[in-house]
Design a binder for this molecule. Structure first.
Ligand code: ADP
Ligand code: ZN
Length: 521
């Protein structure tokens, strides 16, 4: 038996790294041992090493399935430069490249073979792999196997068959860790037999987390930035137009700011990226198009001026702050308009119903984080399946725990106002009814004669707005896009309406609130 180099020797000799990142060592060991592995690591956590290094420790060839051709080519190039026998079979290959890969395979001269999933659909691929002495499969971006996810790749469904046909261990990697996706990966890639699962390294303890309900967002942004003059930061917006408006507002307030979105010319975008990398204290106001490939260690804060798209998106975007390990901040603003917009986008999309339901569920998870009543980091990491032993002490809710109140009666009143008006109206009109405000619209519809008229007088308009926002956040009611955002009850509302389920809400007092209307608890 030859004396094989150990994992840490290879790490030093081939990659030139001094040690493993958190989590990497255990994963490398399990994969090298030939166990079935599911590893959930955040983007940038260093997952490629976790299948590349074991491939060098094992006999035979490791097949790597990846959906991103450019990334595969980069990895193959880097491996070859480091002296590792690697090749790729993708649609981007020249005939010579493909011939060279076949040749290397036939004489047993490859350690890593990268392959696009489409290749699995081609006849003969399984036989080729069997003949070539494939002894392990690695699957990058394993969440692409999830039918209800955003990156679904039908050909990923063939990977389970490949594993069965070759009868070799499989290691799956992903940064998407919600419980459903994980369960789907286990079913489809591992035939339901639980693999050794690793979940590590999602916490970024130096980033302080905060959410705030929108209350004049432009002013909230300007206040935030004024207290952090000279720091580099990113403002994420939901639309291109908004990046321009907010960048202007920041410049007028005397900050160095630049807008960035996919509608801008490539040259102009590149210029903003370069400026941001080089300059200190520049604020980039961007859509989510900004960030990939930005590697600036000293971004001190990320502010979401609109509700992010999903928890995964939020996590990835705030993760760009504080890469140097120094204190950094993440603030996200959200309001009922964001919720309405996102629900509408889902409902009016072309997806199947099951997919829409999954998207609503994902949005609910994000809103749950926004409306959290306890340590935000615990909730965020909990979503990724990671347990924090104690509250973090570095989030807005740890710093000042929210006052909670039993909102069961208030919510029942709001729901019953919705029912009595045929679920035909939005929050503004319903609040007028609840607070007994006889507007023209209220009188015209005879809503001043409803039994619910004025039953919510004890609360101010601002408090009702906070209650409606939290009701939407808890998915007790949803705006109906076909009825201009009129609110209707969801299934979850019925037990509340019947008085069977109590509701505890946060007592938010927005800045516009007058002291006289502060809620009596
Ligand atoms: P991802 O998890 O997003 O696939 P990569 O595998 O591309 O991440 O790794 C991200 C970066 O971290 C790469 O630049 C890689 O070289 C670096 N890296 C990975 N492992 C280590 C390590 N043990 N020590 C130092 N750098 C590492
Ligand atoms: Zn906390």
């Amino acid at each position: 038996m030859l004396d094989r180099p150990t994992a840490s020797e290879l790490l030093r000799q081939v990659w030139g790294f001094d040690g493993f990142r958190p989590g990497q060592g255990e994963i490398v060991e399990a994969v090298a041992d030939g166990r079935d592995v599911l590893a959930i690591m955040p983007t940038g956590g260093g997952k490629s090493l976790c299948f590349q290094l074991p491939a060098l420790m094992r006999e035979g060839v490791t097949v790597v399935i990846s959906p991103l051709i450019a990334l595969m080519r980069d990895q193959v190039r880097a491996l070859r430069e480091a002296g590792v026998a690697a090749g790729a079979l993708t649609s981007g290959n020249t005939q010579e490249e493909t011939d060279a890969v076949y040749e290397a395979l036939s004489r047993g001269g490859l350690k890593l073979l990268y392959m696009a999933p489409e290749r699995l659909a081609a006849g003969g691929t399984v036989n080729l792999l069997r003949r070539s002495g494939v002894t392990a499969i690695a699957v990058d971006e394993a969440h692409c196997v999830s039918q209800w996810g955003h990156d679904f790749r039908p050909d990923y469904l063939r990977i389970g068959d490949l594993k069965r046909a070759l009868d070799v261990p499989l290691a799956a990697f992903t940064a998407t860790a919600d419980a459903e996706t994980r369960a789907e990966i286990v079913t489809r890639l591992f035939e339901g037999r639980d693999p050794t699962t690793f979940l590590r390294g999602f916490d970024r303890p130096n980033i302080r987390l905060a959410f705030q309900p929108k209350d004049n967002p432009r002013k909230q942004l300007l206040n935030f930035v004024a207290a952090r003059r000279g720091q580099s930061g990113i403002v994420y917006c939901a639309s291109r137009a908004r990046t321009e408006t907010l960048a202007d507002a920041l410049e007028q307030a005397g900050h160095a700011a630049a807008a960035y979105h996919a509608g801008m010319e490539a040259l102009h975008r590149r210029a903003v990226e370069t400026r941001f990398q080089r300059e200190d204290g520049l604020i980039v106001v961007a859509t989510i198009a900004f960030g990939m490939g930005i590697d600036k260690p000293d971004i001190r804060w990320v502010l979401h001026a609109d509700l992010p798209k999903s928890i995964e998106g939020y996590y990835q975007e705030i993760g760009r702050a504080g890469r140097d390990g120094d204190p950094a901040e993440a603030l996200a603003l959200y309001g009922p308009d964001d919720i309405r917009l996102r629900r509408t986008q889902i409902d009016e999309g072309l997806a199947e119903d099951a997919r829409k339901a999954a998207d609503h569920g994902r949005l609910n998870a994000l809103l749950g984080l926004a409306e959290a009543t306890g340590c935000r980091r615990r909730q965020l990491l909990g979503y990724f399946g990671e347990d924090l032993a104690a509250d973090c002490g570095n989030c807005d809710l740890c710093a000042s725990p929210p006052r909670l109140f039993d909102a069961t009666q208030a919510v029942r009143k709001a729901l019953s106002a919705m029912v009595r008006t045929g679920e035909w109206f939005g929050a503004g009109h319903l609040i007028d009814i609840l607070t007994g405000n006889p507007t023209e619209k209220v009188r015209e519809r005879g809503h001043d004669r409803l039994p619910t008229f004025g039953v919510g007088r004890e609360l101010g308009k601002g408090q009702w707005q906070a209650i409606f926002r939290q009701m939407m956040g808890r998915d007790l009611c949803r705006p109906d896009p076909a009825r201009h955002g009129a609110l209707h009850l969801t299934e979850a509302a019925h037990p509340v309406l019947r008085g069977e389920t109590p509701v505890t809400l946060r007592h938010d007092v927005t800045q516009r609130e007058k002291p006289a209307t502060v809620l009596r608890t």
